[in-house]
Design a protein around this ligand. Structure first.
Ligand code: LRH
Ligand code: MN
Length: 430
């Protein structure tokens, strides 16, 4: 591959910033020590944090109105992995890639697997797609897929999910995420209870096909593409289904899939308590499923979600093993830059959540001292942990300043030369 982001380039850029980082790190270390926190432990936690990259996130996203492709768009799954590799090289927390089928269906699974593993990357959760029709497809998903009234359509959708499991097995994946857009646009269009029954019957077949050691994730969503009723519309319905399916089925929380102002950290606490939290599709939103960059709109909500996750981690909740993934649509930024900064925002929320003095918080909760209980959280959230995040990246061989290093590398410009634009204009999320 002609244009590669070299470790030498990263080291050169780091060299310009290391002295300042060491000063800031040492100063923060003293501040945190006064609060009884060990900066080295926090840096180790930051280095150990992992979040998967969505393959569909390295291309430019769009809306139903338009999509404005970036220069050097990845044109196939291999070029998507090249761009995921750049993100991993610079932030060091994203070795996992979540594929979407058939968008990423390879000629040879073995070739794709070795291409990724040669770069220290692996395949995280698989994602099926029964929300759009493929050329030559026998049955249309216009009126649904796993919950469709026509058993032939349901069979086709189940078969597609089985193919995803089989391909994922060859790629080394260990989980499968099922999101369906099934729903209705008009009252009366669907029988609400029967639709869910049909969906569950289809999911039971998919669950039966789950390879040894795999987990099955159900992703709920309030609305879109259906605008009146959605079969798997909220966490309660998802939770009921994963309980029905069995011990290897879990509920995945996409942050953008809730009505405005829903208390998502409380849904997370419930799913943790019920032992059914699959993990996350992290993003942010102001109104609907906007798929904006994580931490860009509601950073305090992101912190409060990680506060629940860290509390569960520290209290060793049995079976607590959430899968972290980004699921964003980068319509106006360079996707590589958005993925790097979003991955960093997750580590920030995670490290800040580890700064919460949980003994102090528990005492204040026990005493019903509402104001100081909030202060226990706010002190952690308002602590600038950037020196820890940068030092963790540096020690892991990444960039102290990922975006500046990426821009200095000229990767995007060189990608544009090497990847003549074939990207179709038009609309749509990818
Ligand atoms: C649905 C969703 C789902 C993916 C798709 C790309 O809105 O969040 O996770 O399959 O986006
Ligand atoms: Mn999602």
């Amino acid at each position: 591959m002609p244009f590669e982001l070299t470790h030498e380039r990263i080291a050169a850029e780091n060299g310009k910033r290391l002295k300042w980082l060491e000063e800031d790190y040492e100063h923060l270390g003293r501040q945190l020590a006064r609060r009884g926190a060990d900066i080295e432990k926090l840096t180790e936690r930051a280095m150990a944090f992992r979040v998967a990259i969505p393959s569909w996130g390295v291309g430019t996203g769009g809306t139903r109105f338009a999509r404005f492709p970036n220069p050097g768009e990845p044109r196939n799954v291999f070029e998507k992995i090249e761009d995921c590799d750049v993100v991993f090289k610079l932030v060091r927390t994203t070795p996992g890639i979540s594929l979407h089928i058939p968008w990423d269906k390879p000629e040879s699974a073995a070739e794709l697997r070795s291409f990724a593993e040669a770069r220290g990357l692996f395949f995280d959760s698989m994602n099926s797609n029964t929300f759009e029709d493929q050329p030559g497809q026998a049955c249309s998903y216009k009126f649904g897929s796993l919950s469709h009234t026509d058993p032939a359509v349901r069979r086709q959708a189940v078969e597609h999910n089985r193919e995803c499991l089989e391909l994922g097995g060859k790629l080394g994946a260990r989980s499968h995420t099922v999101w369906v857009g099934d729903g209705g646009n008009f009252p009366g269009q669907m029988h609400l209870r029967k639709a869910l029954e049909r969906y569950l019957d289809s999911m039971r077949e998919i669950y039966r096909a789950l390879p040894q050691g795999w987990r099955l994730f159900i992703e709920h969503k309030l609305y879109e593409p259906a605008f009146y009723s959605t079969v798997i519309n909220d966490w309660g319905t998802s939770y009921y289904c994963v309980r029905e399916l069995g011990e290897r089925a879990f509920s995945l929380v996409d942050l953008g899939h809730h009505a405005p102002n829903v208390n998502i950290e409380m849904i997370v606490a419930r799913l943790i308590q019920f032992g059914k939290l699959a993990g996350f599709h992290f993003n942010d939103s102001k109104y609907g499923d906007d798929d904006l960059d994580s931490g860009s709109i509601k950073p305090f909500q992101l912190f409060l979600i990680f506060n629940e996750l860290v509390d569960a981690e520290l209290s060793r909740v049995p079976g607590f093993d959430p899968a972290y993934m980004l699921d964003q649509s980068h319509n106006v930024t360079d996707p590589v830059e958005s993925l790097m900064t979003s991955a960093a925002e997750l580590v920030r929320a995670y490290v800040q959540a580890h700064l919460v003095d949980r003994e102090q918080l528990a005492a204040r909760q026990q005493a019903n001292d509402a104001l100081l209980a909030l202060q226990s959280l706010k002190q952690a959230f308002t602590t600038d942990v950037e020196p820890i995040l940068a030092m963790a990246r540096h020690r892991a061989g990444g960039a102290i300043d990922p975006v500046t290093t990426y821009r200095a590398s000229g990767y995007r410009q060189r990608a544009a030369q090497a990847r003549p634009a074939t990207a179709r204009l038009g609309a749509g999320i990818v």
